[in-house]
Write a protein of this length. Sequence first.
Lengths: 251, 251, 93, 93
Amino acid sequence: MEAVAIRMNISLRFVFAFLFFVGAFYTDAFAMHIADGILPAGWCAFWWVVVLPFIVAGISKIKNESKKDKTFKPFIGLIGAAAFIISCLPVPVPFAGVTSHPVGVGIAAIILGPLIAVVIASVTLTLQALFLAHGGLGTLGADIFSMGVVGGFLGYGIFVAVRRLGFSWVTAAFLAGLLSDWGTYASTSALLTLALHEVDSLLPMFASLVIAFSPTQIPLGIMEGFISAFAIRFIKNRMPEFSLGAMKGKL
Amino acid sequence: MEAVAIRMNISLRFVFAFLFFVGAFYTDAFAMHIADGILPAGWCAFWWVVVLPFIVAGISKIKNESKKDKTFKPFIGLIGAAAFIISCLPVPVPFAGVTSHPVGVGIAAIILGPLIAVVIASVTLTLQALFLAHGGLGTLGADIFSMGVVGGFLGYGIFVAVRRLGFSWVTAAFLAGLLSDWGTYASTSALLTLALHEVDSLLPMFASLVIAFSPTQIPLGIMEGFISAFAIRFIKNRMPEFSLGAMKGKL
Amino acid sequence: MNRLKTVLFIMFSFAAGGLFSLAMGKEKWSGVDEAVLEKFAEEAGRVPLEPVFNTDQGDLLLFFFFLFGSLAGFIAGYLFRELFPPKKEKKGK
Amino acid sequence: MNRLKTVLFIMFSFAAGGLFSLAMGKEKWSGVDEAVLEKFAEEAGRVPLEPVFNTDQGDLLLFFFFLFGSLAGFIAGYLFRELFPPKKEKKGK
């Protein structure tokens, strides 16, 4: 039995190694930070308009909820700081030879709900654009859409759906973390394709982008899944009465 | 009165500006992190031998004191983490056009005593040499001597002496922070001069080194003085019974 | 023995990553955003602009990353201690 | 008015620093350790070696600075909250 497990382990490693090599060879990897100048002005404005209602709704939600629950504000601070740290880390990815960023927004959406996750992503991305030379101010709307809206709502939705299907907290959190990461990068690819494709190459360009970021985002997404599962298990153990975001009520 | 103050303020600024320009022109600035390969092996070994007894004494002091006082260990953690953060920061210095590091060891020496400051400096410098590409492992002894031993004992001694002369906590802390920074960089200059001077140019080389680091270390030393004064005032306000390191007993 | 293999495998995979990126003519461990999006954008005729405050000069970016990392870490640690205080039962024993 | 002057002065002093280092042929805001000690050491015939683990490649150094900064900040914040808990009298009101 053990020998089989080890052999499987080894072949899994080689599958990953192969994927990384192929991906890194195909083209370089992409990330969720689109710099100023890359998107045309019209698209920048469009994503700002799309994103603004979410931010407004998120801020008003923070105001309402913090009146009800005293632990709400410190939780926003803690999860906000944690999500900021996670999404700033330029993690070196083995085999790919480049560094890439996790997103940290899935866990924020599980614990505080998707609208507040959008606010946290907005603050994080603004700080990164202003001080950390990642992303831009015009493209901030597009970046907030990918990481905040898509990452947040996907993470929240996956968590709720997987829980409703009867799976454990930990499984739901793992999948939410994993898919909010992949969803963010898929969204960035889609944004770029929409704005920059030549007329006849919409799908091929999107596919090439997805393949391009798989060497970094397959391992990083799995890492985010584990971080997310660990965090939810920790909260359930230490604070069994916890009831915010996707962990409210019977879920 | 106000006009005079403003005029003094402006001329002070120009004195500083002039100093920075002259210093930066003369040669580049120096820092306390000596990389591997710069000091001959004999000198590396020598400074390791000098420094080792301090580290051993510091560790045994930590063991003894933490039995007596329950707040001792968390204070070591807090001050150690703070000193690590301060000494890692590559602060951009206006006019000089380069970044340089504060040392953070003066405040550790005031609060925990010079021997424990040496231990904190050793841990900090080891982490920097291993992971942050600052300094080297062979030259670690020399770096610990400059930052830990000279910076720590100077900061502690200045604080005690200034308090004995009847000055306030804040003044003593400011001078200790200021002079532990300058002492560290003076020590690094002396180390380098001793190891690398040609026979006839001992003093001129030391002087040129001191002039070379003045553009960054004059402002950074003043900054460290303020940080140190602020920290001591905070501790005296929030914890009037505090009695460790140089703040023990009647001092 | 198995642990040694794992460590060697991890070291090898990082070394391979570094060498591979060098072989591809990229800077070792370069960030995915800059090096790549620039290339890609240029193909589509878009030129990325400098950030508003260009902090990517010398050690300036290290300064900001370290400053923001330590501030965020401080906030997280402070609030973590507030929300999850250590269990007193365990400490009492 | 005076505050505006101060802000302008600070901005000017940083800009001057950056331009000055460029004019001197150095990288803007380079760290004092590397760029400088290397030059100096070479004059004395000493060549600085690479660090044992050379983390100064691409964004790897940013990763380590950010990781260590956030860890140290977390420890500091956690212990700060433990040693200096907020005054309850103020919170009660």
